[in-house]
Design a protein around this ligand. Structure first.
Ligand code: GDP
Ligand code: GDP
Length: 435
């Protein structure tokens, strides 16, 4: 679980310049991995070995963007989403009315706030930062986003303010999230699920952090953590239904999950945005369950589910491993099956297969299907072993990794799926040269 840092501040103080500075190096590395989706306002970053996610709240805009409303929404997003907040101001303008307003909003949270004063490009400007003490948010830190100075000191302070990792990550707890575009019924599903009689929601009193996760136990004693039930807690907030924000929130939730429930709306069919969110979950190697909600709405005959399933398989070909379940948050149909399905997928994604069993499979497979010839050279596969779970990752030792094309990897993955139960989880295969 990575900490999240948010940058807030009035327009033109230099938020996006600073954001780009902070993520710069990481972006270059991430970029050459194909299929990885990037976001301009939400990105992974790293400082001195501390990894975190950073949000530029200024990049999240909404239609009738009255400035007051915009900064309020920014501050609320930061308070709701972040572990540490960077409040960015501008030394050239001094403290403005908007700065005062933002400070007022930020007084409400107990989360650490770091006051940074931007555009302190030279020593003459840096002496002016002391005025900013009057905001009552502690020591102002001079930075220059465009020159890149002071960023190290700022990040030192950010990293020092990360919450202690005292919430012990419990290995037995299965973390999952409910994601999808606005209005597909995420919060309705969450409410219904947590309202089930068999589900016991843990008492959240005494939680110090502004908690966004809901721990609960199923009747068989399985422990779950439902990530980011924002739909409930954030109802009515200005920003809640904006697309940018919903994508950003989905990214954060996916990252912290073992299993992702991708919710589709049976009454509207599949949209482009559904695919974006699904792509993130797949790229991140998470377990995926496709939940078709509002199943009470379409007129149905005996083939309806089959037909819809076919459309889903066509549209989400890379998610061929994901089980599909048809539910209705309205009538409650099959909602009670969700926890057990999550549990099953989690078992599949964490299982370890013995090397002896894997190599037996390899032997059988190679008897049936010869390995491919590539440019006159035959691929030889010597040995396969599972190096980790979640997602299940296999290393295959071969004569020459260059000969192991995508199609043969795909073939091996299919063989693994046929021989073992990996439903709901992506599988990774790495080819290594045998020494
Ligand atoms: P945002 O609206 O808060 O995201 O601000 P931007 O990052 O878009 O920056 C607004 C303007 O301030 C741009 O013209 C930047 O080039 C300029 N700017 C950003 N950082 C600095 C800085 O450290 N020094 C100076 N002099 N200008 C800066
Ligand atoms: P979210 O934005 O994804 O959290 O979606 P909501 O849970 O707010 O639901 C959006 C709308 O769809 C609301 O009006 C819900 O009452 C409605 N809705 C949610 N689930 C169902 C369902 O299973 N059947 C029907 N008919 N309506 C639903």
């Amino acid at each position: 679980m990575l900490p999240t840092v948010a940058i807030v501040g009035q327009p033109n103080v230099g938020k996006s310049t600073l954001f780009n500075r902070i993520i710069n190096e990481r972006l270059a590395i991430v970029e050459d991995r194909p299929g990885v989706t990037r976001d301009r306002n939400y990105a992974p970053a790293e400082w001195l070995g501390h990894k975190f996610n950073i949000i530029d709240t200024g990049g999240i805009t909404w239609e009738d963007g009255k400035i007051e409303e915009e900064i309020r929404a920014q501050a609320e997003i930061a308070i709701d989403e972040a572990d540490v907040i960077i409040f960015l101001t501008n030394v050239l303008s001094g403290i403005t009315d908007l700065d005062e307003k933002i400070a007022q909003l930020l007084y409400k949270t107990t989360k650490p706030i770091i006051l940074a004063v931007n555009k302190a490009d030279n020593p003459e400007q840096r002496v002016n930062i002391y005025d900013f003490y009057s905001l009552g948010l502690g020591d102002p830190i001079p930075v220059s986003g465009s020159h890149g100075t002071g960023i190290g000191d700022l990040l030192d302070k950010v990293v020092d303010s990360f919450p202690e990792k005292s919430d012990k990550v419990d290995d037995e707890t299965i973390a999952f999230s409910v994601i999808g575009r606005p209005n597909v019924g995420k919060s309705s599903i969450v409410n219904k699920l947590l309202g089930e009689q068999r589900v016991i929601v843990a008492n959240m009193e005494g939680t110090t952090r502004d908690a966004i996760d809901t721990p609960f136990t199923d009747e068989d004693g399985t422990k779950f953590r439902l990530i980011d039930t924002a739909g409930i807690r954030r109802r009515g907030k200005v920003y809640e239904k904006t697309e940018k924000y919903s994508v950003m929130r989905a990214l954060g939730a996916i990252e912290r999950s073992d299993v992702v429930l991708l919710v589709l709306d049976a009454s509207t069919g599949i949209r482009e945005q559904d695919k974006h969110v699904a792509g993130y979950a797949h790229d991140a190697g998470k377990g995926v369950i496709i939940v078709v909600n509002k199943w009470d709405l379409p007129k149905k005959d005996s083939n309806s589910a089959k037909d819809f399933e076919k459309v889903i398989r066509d549209e989400f070909q890379y998610l061929d491993y994901a089980p599909i379940i048809f539910v209705s948050a309205e009538t409650g149909q099959r909602i009670n099956q969700l926890p057990q399905l999550v549990k099953k997928v989690h078992e599949n994604q964490t299982q370890r297969i013995q090397s002896s069993v894997l190599n037996e499979m390899l032997l059988e497979v190679s008897k049936l299907v010869p390995t491919p010839m590539v440019k006159g050279k035959r691929l030889r596969v010597y040995y396969i072993t599972q190096v980790k779970g979640n997602p299940p990752t296999f290393v295959v030792f071969v004569n020459d990794p260059e000969l192991m094309h995508f199609s043969y990897k795909r073939f091996l993955i299919n063989q693994l799926r046929e021989n073992f139960n990996f439903e709901g989880t992506p599988i990774k295969i790495i080819a290594r040269k045998r020494k």
